[in-house]
Design a protein around this ligand. Structure first.
Ligand SMILES: Nc1nc2c(ncn2[C@@H]2O[C@H](COP(=O)(O)OP(=O)(O)OP(=O)(O)O)[C@@H](O)[C@H]2O)c(=O)[nH]1
Ligand SMILES: [Mg+2]
Length: 600
């Protein structure tokens, strides 16, 4: 069977998954309601987190499709996928037009010499402006240095959520066949009899894990035929050559994997039986064959420590909380989570390295749902040293704000060592692009939302390591720290809410050293959230419940990771997310601070 391999790429939320789901439905490989976003967190958050494969069959051709995540924290995943397919469907929202991630994924595709097919999606939106979007996309291709062939891209208009595509806006269409026809016409064929006759060369670009089969490699067969139960050589990036046996071989049929005895050049397969295989390695039958060009894996940019939850509430809610249990869980995670690195050699904690706060937050959210308890330290930026120069990660951030708010935003970002590289006006809005050290950017989102009263939009993306820029001033937000154990009372919270934002409501169990809120101005503050009403006040204003309390800010994983201070831990359990001081008593905190000072 003829095979074509494509990836669907876009800015977050522009409709990749809806399009993939509709393609599966209409070609009969998936029922209504089946989605590529099959993971629980993906469904809850409405975003794609893991890139996934599917295959559809159309007019005698097998089309392997990789649906990719649009969020920038998973950008390196997209890059890997792009190395293993022959064309991309670039989906662009018919109202928003190209956005920062559109630019990033398009640039990568053009650099790899791919010829994209452009899909302008959501043409049903009342404010859709598909012609304008088409011009913007063309301009973007030009800006990114597309060659003549790439510039000559096909455009398809679509309503992915209804499964409709058309070549002209006026056309009448009831399904996605116009898009499928373009794919068949334009995407180079991956399979051929000649390729099948060559010696085997396949390359892994994604990993999976199965409790029975262990590590799984998802890879593309470039040449030759791969056979189940055959012995193979795996050429590692280091040059090392391992031997192994293909225990099981699968191809895709929709989202289902289908066990097969052999698979042919051009196809995308899943392989079990190679426990040490990693991304980018070449699988072949003859060790003298040349390895396929390496696929680059982006390095982690932030790190944080995972510790056993030793808070006074530790072990109360979770069923998995020992160091051994956490170690096992993390070891399992790195089997499949390619961007993640973990240092298991330290005594009291595990050091986890990732690509961004969401990348880490997803892992933590999965763990707490599985019943784990864990504490983490504040995420720190990863530094590198190259030729004696200290380097740190940088991000490109794109902000879109109502024009009257640009002043405050520019000022704040400049203070964090961000440098403006572009500024454009767009219908009362200003779009500004900055390059900023990740160190300066960490923790800025919340402040940005406050400064722009929730009207601003901000996107960030790691752009690589650059020379360290020296000290960065951060706005410090103090913590309200409970000085006692007990149950919080409305009356004391009512007094405290004047001083900052509270993370707890009345009637919640607290412990000494727990952070119950932040202090908008300045330093940490020791507070007693359990203090009762003074007697003289008894009749003043009805009962405790009648006090007007501002609803507390619920700590989420992302919010906690963003706002926590260096001397705090985020305590994560199946039922709660709490912030605490590393040292629970004031005496210990003072002592620790003094020791730190004497070290410097
Ligand atoms: N009006 C309209 N909405 C659409 C259309 N296609 C998708 N959507 C909506 O857009 C949102 C995002 O759709 P997804 O398919 O999840 O987008 P995505 O690109 O896969 O998102 P990420 O994977 O998170 O980057 C959903 O709320 C969809 O219902 C469309 O054609 N018209
Ligand atoms: Mg998606």
């Amino acid at each position: 069977m003829e095979i074509r391999n494509i990836a669907i790429i876009a800015h977050i939320d522009h409709g990749k998954t809806n399009l993939t789901d509709a393609l599966m439905r209409q070609t009969g490989v998936a029922e209504v309601g089946v989605s590529m976003d099959s993971d629980v967190l993906e469904r809850e958050r409405g975003i794609t987190i893991y890139s996934k494969n599917t295959s559809v069959f159309y007019r005698g051709t097998k089309i392997n499709i990789v649906d990719t995540p649009g969020h920038a924290d998973f950008g390196s995943e997209v890059e890997r996928v792009l190395r293993s397919i022959d064309s991309v469907i670039l989906v662009v929202d018919a109202q928003e037009g190209p956005m920062p991630q559109t630019k990033f994924v398009l640039r990568k595709s053009l650099e790899l010499g791919l010829k994209p097919i452009v899909v302008i999606n959501k043409i049903d939106k009342p404010a859709a402006r598909p012609e304008w979007v088409k011009d913007e996309i063309f301009a973007l291709f030009m800006e990114l240095g597309a060659n003549d062939e790439q510039l000559n891209f096909s455009t398809v208009y679509s309503i992915a959520k209804d499964g409709i595509a058309k070549l002209n806006l006026k056309d009448d269409s009831k399904d996605l066949s116009p898009l499928l026809d373009v794919i068949i016409k334009e995407v180079p064929m991956a399979s051929s009899d000649e390729l099948n006759k060559e010696p085997l060369r396949a390359q892994s670009f994604n990993l999976g894990y199965d409790n029975f089969m262990g590590r799984l490699a998802i890879g593309r067969i470039y040449e030759g035929v791969i056979k189940s139960n055959s012995n193979v050589f795996v050429k590692k990036l280091s040059g090392e050559i391992m031997t192994g046996k293909i225990a099981k071989l699968f191809t895709f049929n929709g989202l289902e994997r289908q066990e097969v005895d052999e698979a042919f050049a051009g196809d995308i397969v899943m392989i079990a039986g190679l426990p040490d295989i990693y991304i980018s390695e070449t699988i072949c039958n003859d060790p003298s064959q040349e390895a396929l060009p390496a696929i680059n894996i982006d390095e982690p940019t932030i790190s944080l420590n995972f510790l056993v939850n030793n808070s006074p509430f530790g072990g109360k809610e979770g069923k998995l909380f020992t160091s051994r249990q956490i170690r096992e869980r993390l070891a399992k995670e790195i089997e499949v989570n390619v961007g993640l690195k973990i240092d298991f050699s330290l005594n009291d904690y595990f050091k986890v390295y990732g690509r961004g706060e969401l990348h880490i937050a997803i892992l933590l959210e999965n763990m707490r749902r599985e019943g784990y308890e864990v504490q983490v330290s504040k995420p720190q930026v990863v530094f590198k040293e190259e030729n004696g120069t200290k380097l740190e990660p940088f991000e490109e951030i794109t902000i879109d704000v109502p024009s009257e708010m640009t002043g405050v935003v520019i000022e704040k970002i400049s203070r964090r060592k961000g440098i403006m590289t572009d500024m454009r006006l767009k219908q009362g809005h200003t779009i500004i692009i900055f390059e900023i050290p990740t160190r300066g950017f960490l923790g800025y989102r919340g402040e940005f939302m406050t400064n722009t009263r929730g009207e601003g939009i901000i996107y960030s993306r790691v752009i690589g390591f650059r020379p360290h820029v020296g000290k960065i001033e951060h706005r410090t937000v103090g913590s309200m720290v409970s000085m006692t154990d007990g149950k919080s009372l409305g009356f004391s919270l009512w007094n405290l809410q004047e001083r900052g934002e509270l993370y707890i409501g009345p009637g919640e169990e607290v412990y000494e050293g727990m952070v119950i809120g932040n202090v908008s101005r300045g330093k940490d503050m020791a507070v007693n959230p359990t203090k009762g009403k003074e007697l003289t006040n008894m009749r003043a204003k009805g009962s405790d419940e009648a006090i007007a309390l501002t609803p507390p800010i619920k700590l989420t994983l992302e919010k906690g990771l963003e706002t926590m201070n260096d001397d705090e831990y985020l305590e994560i359990t199946p039922g709660n997310i709490r912030l605490r001081k590393q040292f629970l008593t004031e005496v210990d905190r003072v002592r620790a601070k003094r020791q730190e000072k004497s070290k410097i």
